[in-house]
Write a protein of this length. Structure first.
Length: 322
């Protein structure tokens, strides 16, 4: 039997947590045993007690620490339990628990290592805005999807969904540092390591009266997500990153120095533009330093990836020996 662990991050979800657990599909006919695990993120209501009553394991935080920390804890738990597949699903019934069977199908067919729910693409390939999702949030998600796909080299229809499935290979490979949101960093990390990533159309239900705890403030959410993406871009493509930073000072500095050279050839003097020369030397030197930093950072990335590969092998060996 394969072991499927379903991680359910929950914060004050006593009204829906029982239904999320009881509506999960019976996969024993597929020779899969499903284990629901609620990550109680500092709830002040009866979320944890109800979850235990309906058969879920519960991991509790003393305080609210966010979905990123809950996902980290879920990964560690799935790894410790030697799970074959881990699914992460929201506790508010935005996603139908029955669709877990659809989400894991590409993994069972050995077509993907990671699958995320695509809220915006129909079966015919047409992109649509889900009912009751604001136009601004839809637009922001589309822009974020294009950006993350560009960074990760993927072609996913939705990169921000919290409903996703990960096989053992992806769990062993995944190394995250973001504390707030895990959604984008997961895709960038796995995409850079050339694992197989896929997205499939999944229906989602929005509740107009309910404020999202993840993206209630779109500006704040975008700012935090972009910080993680910025860091991932810097850490995975440092030469390109620092080259982009170096481009402007190199162009301006080089232009200033070229101007001074032409002026000196024509007049035999640097006056009255000596300050242009000093500015040019400063900017051009700054650009060269940034390029050198990019070269060095690129070497460090290679060292870090070697370390992560060794960590992956240690994790894999440890699980095989259990």
């Amino acid at each position: 039997m394969k072991k499927l662990i379903v991680i359910i991050p929950a914060y004050n979800e006593e009204n829906t947590i029982a239904e999320v657990i009881t509506r999960m599909p019976d996969l024993r006919k597929w020779k899969i045993e499903l284990f629901p695990v609620v990550i109680d993120d500092g709830s002040s209501d009866q979320t944890a007690e109800i979850a235990r009553k309906y058969g879920a394991s519960v991991l509790s935080h003393g305080t609210n620490q966010g979905v990123g920390k809950s996902f980290h804890d879920g990964l560690e738990y799935a790894l410790d339990q030697n799970a074959d597949i881990m699914v992460n699903i929201d506790a508010d019934l935005q996603y139908a628990p029955e669709d877990i069977s659809l989400l894991i199908q590409p993994i069972l067919d050995n077509q993907a290592d990671f699958v995320t729910a695509d809220r915006f693409t129909l079966a015919n390939g047409k992109t649509v805005r889900p009912t009751d999702m604001s136009k601004l949030k839809f637009w922001g998600n589309q822009r974020m999807t294009a950006l993350v796909n560009w960074l990760a080299g993927t072609h996913l229809g939705d990169v921000s969904s919290g409903f996703r499935a990960i096989n053992r290979e992806a769990i062993l490979n995944l190394n995250l540092s973001g504390k707030y949101t895990y959604t984008h960093e997961t895709i960038i990390d796995l995409g850079f390591k050339q694992l197989r990533l896929d997205s499939i159309p999944i229906k989602v239900k929005y509740y107009p009266e309910r404020k999202s705890r993840v993206a209630g403030n779109l500006i704040q959410y975008t700012n935090r997500a972009l910080r993680i993406i910025f860091k991932a871009f810097r850490d995975y493509q440092p030469f390109y990153f620092f080259s982009l930073l170096a481009a402007l000072p190199l162009i301006i500095g080089g232009g200033a120095l070229l101007f001074m050279l032409i002026y000196f050839i024509q007049t035999g003097d640097f006056s009255p533009y000596k300050y242009v020369g000093f500015v040019g030397i400063y900017l051009f030197s700054l650009g060269l330093i940034l390029v050198i930093i990019g070269f060095l950072a690129d070497i460090l990335v290679g060292i870090r990836l070697t370390g992560e590969k060794q960590l992956y092998l240690l994790k894999k060996k440890g699980k095989m020996e259990q």
